[in-house]
Design a protein around this ligand. Structure first.
Ligand SMILES: Cc1ncc(COP(=O)(O)O)c(C=O)c1O
Length: 505
């Protein structure tokens, strides 16, 4: 099998690989069930970055030409002319759902994250808080205090619903935000991710069930949706978040069970939904009796402007499930989040939590409780907000200076990310990523956050983990990588008669 690659052709390398594999599949040179070489192996042979191959396979997977079997590899798909499985049910009416998407973004992202962790790389790729703000000493004290005070109890099994004093303190904090709850309404989870997982399992899991998501959307949610065979329907965002005027049409067409939304400092775009839009969203959800899963992961990381009421605090009909956690504000490693559960679903949600992992670490729950009681949290948040704001401003200034004039971005009022739309006439974010890595700078490419694979020219840049000087340097390198790519494209356009390089598999 030959694959010819040309770095001068102007066509991204991953598309060259995908095109040639597609031709081989369509010609019958690669027959159904043929196992394609592992991405790492093929990347080595072609002397390209592994992401190039991951992207090429993802492209073919989206077209239904190959399938990825977890743990086994990527195979040429069995064609449409082959007998269908007996499990396929044919519907007597047209199925309004788009075909299920094989989610390959996580593989792509995992590879990017691996590269982004290489020494010397300035990485804007991940969504972790800054290392220097992880409260190591305070937690050392909290753990010691808990072990001294509670001894073996802190290391035992206990109720799945969570450590009551922690539930109470979280409820108290939510009451300050005008949410009418008590500790009994709080379910402690393993991070906010588990709160999302449990809610989906109860509210949306069912063959053909549909979930409305923002497009783009938090990747971890898209992964849950794929794992649970739920169909995500993306609604686009504008400067005010999810476009509620498009929502009604989607509800009527797809009959979703649930709407997942991050109204404040959305991941990945950073946008915040103003009060009127929050009200409009609730009003539509109420009219059609659809629940809302509100993700408040970034709410406390506000750098300017007034805090807005959560959807939950505006909700008078028990439609909203609020999920939150301490990963971005305190420490992702303690893995503690929470879900506010309406009384009519409490038992079911607790049962699912119990079935999933029995309970969240009692030691970590107690240590977090001791930490919150110590009163350090407010001070910690003030400090983090001050430093992250400086870093955000440094990033915005550097983008303005080093990115092309046609690029567009918003100033997020909080959170961790700047979302940049690069000119769609230029190289894709994947191309830029592959070039930028050679300049020792990394970011997250936009398309991994989209249920529809859109945003091929968008970049998500996390601004919290580097100093302003490093941010300026990283963005300068990105701007340079962009210019290099543009120049390469221009050279290719100018020279029509190039000789392709031949690599042999
Ligand atoms: C919007 C959003 N929700 C949930 C999570 C998961 O958070 P946790 O670490 O608390 O599980 C993340 C993490 O990046 C996120 O961005």
């Amino acid at each position: 099998m030959f694959i010819h690659l040309s770095r001068q052709s102007g066509q991204p390398l991953y598309l060259q690989v995908a095109d040639q594999l597609r031709t081989k599949i369509e010609n019958g040179d690669l027959v159904p069930n043929t196992r394609l070489p592992a991405s790492r192996v093929l990347a080595q042979k072609l002397r390209v970055n592994r992401i190039t191959i991951v992207n090429a396979y993802a492209e073919l997977e989206t077209e239904g030409l190959v399938v990825t079997r977890v743990g086994s590899g990527t195979f040429v798909a069995v064609g449409q002319d082959m007998p269908q499985s007996n499990n396929e049910v044919s519907l007597p009416w047209p199925n309004p759902l788009p075909p299920p998407r094989q989610w390959n973004a996580s593989l792509m992202l995992a590879e990017m994250m691996r590269q982004a962790r290489q020494p010397g790389i300035i990485s804007f790729a991940n969504g972790a808080p800054a290392n220097e703000f992880l409260p190591v000493n305070e937690f050392r004290r909290s753990f010691n205090e808990v072990l001294r005070r509670d001894g073996a109890t802190a290391l035992q099994y206990e109720e799945a619903v969570g450590y009551q004093p922690l539930r109470d303190i979280i409820a108290g904090y939510l009451q300050q935000q005008d949410i009418q709850v008590t500790g009994n309404d709080v379910l402690i989870t393993a991070g906010c991710q588990q709160a999302l997982d449990i809610t989906l399992r109860v509210l949306a899991r069912d063959d053909n069930s549909v979930l409305v998501v923002e497009d783009p959307c938090y990747l971890g949610l898209l992964e849950l949706v794929t794992a649970q065979r739920i169909t995500p329907i993306g609604v686009s965002l504008d400067d005010h978040g999810l476009q509620t005027d498009r929502l009604e049409q989607i509800i009527l067409r797809y009959r979703p069970r649930l709407i997942y939304v991050t109204p404040t400092f959305h991941n990945p775009t950073g946008v915040t939904m103003p009060l009127e839009r929050r009200r409009a969203l609730l009003e539509i959800a109420l009219r059609y009796g659809i629940s809302i899963l509100e993700d408040t992961t970034y709410n406390e990381l506000r750098y300017q402007g007034e805090a807005l009421p959560t959807l939950k605090s505006l909700d008078t009909a028990d439609l909203v499930f609020l999920a939150g956690g301490f990963s971005k504000t305190l420490a992702p490693g303690i893995r503690i989040g929470y879900l506010l559960v309406p009384s009519y679903l409490r038992e079911r949600l607790i049962t699912i939590k119990q079935t999933t992992d029995l309970l969240t670490s009692p030691l970590n729950q107690r240590a977090l409780h001791a930490y919150l009681q110590s009163g350090h949290f407010c001070q910690h948040l003030d400090q983090v907000r001050m430093v992250y704001k400086e870093r955000r401003d440094a990033m915005l200034a550097a983008i303005k200076q080093h990115f092309p004039a046609e690029a567009s971005w918003r100033c997020p009022q909080g959170g961790m990310y700047v979302w940049v739309n690069m000119p769609t006439t230029g190289p894709t974010a994947t191309d830029l990523y592959l070039t930028a890595i050679n300049y020792n700078v990394a970011f997250a490419i936009g398309s991994v956050f989209s249920a529809s694979g859109s945003f091929s020219h968008a970049l998500r840049l996390s601004f919290v983990t580097h100093t302003p000087q490093e941010i300026e340097e990283g963005i300068r390198r990105l701007g340079k990588a962009w210019k290099e790519l543009l120049a390469r494209h221009a050279r290719v356009a100018a020279s029509a008669n190039y000789q392709p390089t031949l690599h042999i598999l």
